[in-house]
Design a protein around this ligand. Structure first.
Ligand code: SF4
Ligand code: SF4
Length: 380
């Protein structure tokens, strides 16, 4: 298992995580089997957003005696009222629900205290001013939560979160289908039967979101990496072409700032299908060829950082150079942190000999040699 730094939290999290949502539909023995397989594979980050008492208790029982090996994302604002999930900013209801989470997980701290699910402007206003935020800050001051995070499906809210300065990481819905979409505040639209036919490639606001979060050193953990499974089925995928779990995970892990993919698992076999990423070949990870040739919403012209263009005869890490170049160009001046990363590259863009061998391997038709020349000038 590879581990990645989760932005300014400095936590080293497994790049494959455990999104525990699907455990809601399983009994204790089944939960234990999934969690046990995740532990064997080296997974060390777990998201528990669910307010249901049973699943919380089952997870707590399954990790009993092993609490310290897990980084837990626990949500503030997800409550259980009248036997069902209710999202609220009522501080007292959130307090009761969060104390219930601690008790059922058998712990007195949560590594990543998540401000739960803000997709709308009016909800931002309710959550980020007043008693709800006071409660989050109280938890942080007392050390009950070690870091503050936020979950959202709206890139504009993720950008705002990064700009607060106190949100250290974001749980965001990442997959190539959702990345097509402009900012929306209704989750159901992402799962709609059809998207606007003109959509192609990553929406510019999402590009800006990835760049802004990386610029603020706000790490990302990804939810919905498979878009609810529809990306596995050419009939249901908006691309009209199927991807595998490994390809979906590779898409997430090649976005800037992403540290972990919180896939959901019903069975130990589902854990194995995700963990197969760790030993997959470049050909097995290759989502780029599928998206570049898809019958609908074909990606094109922009670098997706897929790495498909390797090898380079002078050993330029083309995907990384392009990523740093994009990060640098959203600012009037190259930010010092980006320059530092660029300077640390063993081979830089100015080494490009314009052989253009990489361009024939780029499925998106990126003019790589021209980009290398522009990048060399940018960092000169
Ligand atoms: S230049 Fe093309 S092949 Fe290379 S990382 Fe970017 S999109 Fe992928
Ligand atoms: S064009 Fe430049 S970046 Fe591409 S393979 Fe040749 S030397 Fe490497």
């Amino acid at each position: 298992m590879q581990y990645r730094r989760l932005g300014k939290t400095e936590l080293m999290v497994s790049e494959i995580g455990l999104g525990a949502e699907w455990l809601e539909r399983h009994d204790y023995e089944e939960c234990k089997a999934v969690i046990g397989r995740a532990e064997e594979a080296g997974i060390n980050i777990l998201d528990c957003w669910m307010p249901g008492p049973e699943v919380r208790s089952n997870i707590g029982k399954a990790i009993a005696g092993k609490r310290e090996r897990w980084y837990i994302q626990g949500h503030i604002g997800s409550t259980w009222q009248n036997g069902q999930y209710t999202r609220t900013r009522d501080a007292e209801k959130c307090r009761a629900a969060f104390e219930d989470l601690l008790a059922r997980l058998g712990t007195d701290y949560i590594d990543l205290g998540m401000i739960h699910y803000i997709d709308r402007e009016e909800d931002w206003d309710k959550a980020m001013h007043g008693p709800f935020l006071d409660y989050v800050m109280e938890l942080k001051e007392k050390g009950v939560i070690r870091h503050i995070g936020m979950s959202t499906h709206n890139p504009e809210m993720a950008i705002r979160a990064a700009e607060t300065g106190f949100v250290e990481m974001v749980l965001f819905s990442v997959n190539p289908a959702f990345d097509l979409m402009p900012p929306i505040d209704d989750l159901e639209i992402y799962f709609g039967d059809s998207y606007d036919p003109s959509l192609a490639g990553i929406d510019p606001v999402r590009v800006r979101m990835y760049q802004t979060l990386e610029q603020h050193d706000v790490g990302i953990t990804c939810m919905k990496p498979y878009a609810g499974g529809r990306l596995f089925d050419a009939e249901r995928s908006p691309f009209g072409a199927a991807l595998t779990p490994v390809q979906c995970i590779h898409y997430c892990l090649t976005r800037p700032g992403v540290a972990a993919v919180m896939a959901g698992y019903d069975t130990p076999a589902h854990v194995d299908a995700a963990v197969a990423y760790e030993t997959a070949s470049d050909a097995e990870k290759d989502y780029a060829s599928v998206l570049a040739a898809a019958p609908h919403h074909r990606f094109g012209a922009e670098c997706t950082y897929c790495g498909h263009c390797k090898p380079c005869p002078v050993n330029i890490d083309i995907a990384m150079v392009n990523k740093l170049s994009d990060l640098a160009s959203i600012q009037p001046e190259v930010p010092a942190s980006v320059r530092e990363h660029y300077n640390a590259l063993p081979v830089k863009a100015d080494a490009c000999i314009a052989c253009r061998g990489c361009e024939s391997r780029c499925p998106f038709g990126v003019k790589i040699a021209d980009r290398m020349a522009r990048t060399a000038a940018l960092f000169a």
